[in-house]
Design a protein around this ligand. Sequence first.
Ligand code: FAD
Length: 412
Amino acid sequence: MHSFDVVIVGAGAAGLFCAGVAGQLGLKVVVLDHSDKVAEKIRISGGGRCNFTNTGTSPANFLSDNPRFCRSALARYSPRDFVALLQKHRIAFHEKHKGQLFCDRSAQDIIDVLLAECAAGGVTRWQPCSVKTIRFLAATAHGTCASSYEIDSSNGTIHCATVVVATGGLSIPKIGATDWGYRMAKQFDLPVIPPRAALVPLTFDAQAWAPFAQLSGLSLPVEIATGAKKESVAFLEDLLLTHRGISGPGVLQISSYWQPGTPIRLNLAPGTDLQPWLQHAKASSRKRIANELAALVPARLADTWVAQGPQWGHDWARPINEATDKSLVALAERVGRWELTPTGTEGYAKAEVTAGGVDTRALSGQTMESRQPGLYFIGEVVDVTGWLGGYNFQWAWASAFACANALAERLK
Ligand SMILES: Cc1cc2nc3c(=O)[nH]c(=O)nc-3n(C[C@H](O)[C@H](O)[C@H](O)COP(=O)(O)OP(=O)(O)OC[C@H]3O[C@@H](n4cnc5c(N)ncnc54)[C@H](O)[C@@H]3O)c2cc1C
């Protein structure tokens, strides 16, 4: 029988960071993972350079059924704290775009830092190792917060005081994602907000998308929005056309907010007041409408776009000086507000994260402990989902840090 203060299931971003901090605070920690590779998601993140945080992180950059939950942990461990850790390890990094920090060299630098921190804390790591069952033995010691668990793992039975679930979300199943964390929550009667793919490309009906499918690979800056009235959310980011639909940073961002069956809205010429712009072109040019539009959007998109005119009752395949004012007003409206209803997403195989997860109303925002004594949840398995841009790793670090400190406080 093995004995530890803390068993952490999942050697990813949150699990390794929590293990290192808890180990250095004097706890006897084992982190185990069913995969033989360590922190594979960090390795493939940020195009291999890991966008490890965002300097502008605030609770507003996260989705959750309980939006205030993430505040405390984010406040206690900031992007600056993680940057200081990287500086201590002499890791070179740079800012790419809107506060997004990336490694100069490779995402492996982040994994190496986490492993070095685990080594400094005397952490035991078992990989590959799977957990079969977890039994709660008792909350003992006269009503104090003491707890005791027995875990059957492929490395034998473990006795421990506390268990931390850091098994992440469902995205990219081929590198080890499982629903184990959600199942563990259910075993202990903790509610789970239904998981769904987020930061994911959107797809359309093949026939309806056919004219645009041939423009696959083309990208342009857009304003992209979804939701009505108070619920409306918009991003100003790039859009990428694909064979099956749309992708790119703007689409990934909006996908986290998109509800199936509802439309998304695209302004293909953000920052341009289209009606006066088209009227001016009409008064001063004899070019085809598509050629004029090509000053605002890529020429091939402009061509395909005006060819859609008849479906909306307009003939835009003509010189702009011959167009009626009415048809130019309609064109301005359509280009500024192209409504499309996706039929779905590319799913977990392509999603960067999973929205939903263990309901935060069953967790403490200060410690990440659940209503089940001694059972903690950190990282992506929790119903806290960041925007694209380094926020998801910042949540992994911050929730892990809160948890590690709470464990040390509990077990000292
Ligand atoms: C392609 C891609 C690129 C990304 N790029 C970025 C980025 O640049 N910046 C950013 O902030 N976020 C990025 N993300 C999101 C980010 O990787 C995750 O939000 C983050 O890794 C979550 O950390 P975690 O520790 O909760 O989960 P993970 O890092 O996913 O770790 C979970 C671990 O648990 C293990 N596990 C699962 N089930 C079991 C089980 N049953 N038993 C034992 N072990 C188990 C897994 O093998 C895994 O090692 C990206 C995601 C993807 C897919």
